[in-house]
Design a protein around this ligand. Structure first.
Ligand code: PRP
Ligand code: URA
Length: 214
């Protein structure tokens, strides 16, 4: 873990995750493999990000004796993908916690201003009692993530984690400054943004590569 951006920013830089991200970066990686890798990376990242889920004691009878074991406490996890590209990470996260509820936030970046435009928000209730995992493969300017998390907070969300596969330094700084109370999990940090606010070297447009559009 790297603390350059503060203690709430967790840069995973794990060989298994980095290897899979490197395949995503290749422009010759096709839609099918891209989608599969995004799912796998989300699962690996979720494993780390959910390490502090609360547990409770439960009584069980093993074939040998009666004992007290630990199990996840309650069914209070919400996974909230930022549409569209965040959808590609949902199956990897629900594989870890099948009982999680799923919300959706629709955001797209205006192509000329690069400002986020919100078009949809539906969250599972009671949102204020849930650990909320917001997912989006890309954190570029940070505008989409900042607005999505502001919207979740307006609906009452409190305990929020954000998982992204690739981030630009600009986006990390903005998100951690605007929402210092959330935990941010990042696969790899890239060099910078280009004049079109795309991450360099990045992987291109995550939504288009997951859904095979454009
Ligand atoms: C992409 C990506 C993020 C956003 C990141 O979505 O999935 O949501 O851009 O950029 P930002 O940090 O500068 O806001 P996009 O707007 O391309 O929409 P899509 O997922 O529907 O393709
Ligand atoms: N959104 C993407 O999908 N890719 C980028 O590089 C920046 C924003």
């Amino acid at each position: 873990m790297d603390n350059t951006y503060g203690e709430n920013v967790h840069i995973l830089n794990h060989p298994l995750i980095t290897h899979k991200i490197s395949i995503l970066r290749d422009k010759n990686t096709g839609t099918n493999e891209f989608r599969q890798l995004v799912e796998e990376i989300a699962m690996l990242m979720g494993f780390v990000a959910l390490a502090d889920l609360p547990m409770k004691d439960v009584e069980v009878d093993t074939p040998i004796e009666h004992t007290t074991v630990k199990m996840l406490a309650g069914r209070k996890l919400a996974i909230v993908p930022i549409l569209r590209a965040g959808l590609g990470m949902v199956s990897g996260l629900t594989a870890l916690v099948p009982s999680a509820k799923i919300g959706h936030i629709g955001m797209y970046r205006d192509e000329s201003t690069h400002e986020p435009v919100e078009y949809f928000c539906k969250l599972p209730s009671p949102i204020e009692e849930r650990t909320i995992v917001v997912c989006d493969p890309m954190l570029a300017t940070g505008g989409s993530a900042v607005d999505a998390i502001s919207q979740i907070k307006r609906h009452g969300g409190k305990k929020i984690k954000f998982i992204c596969i690739i981030a630009a330094p600009e986006g990390i700084k903005k998100l951690s400054a605007m929402h210092p109370d959330i935990q941010i999990y990042i696969g790899n940090v890239d060099r910078c943004l280009n004049e079109n606010a795309y991450i360099c070297p990045g992987l291109g447009d995550a939504g288009d590569r997951i859904f095979g559009t454009k």
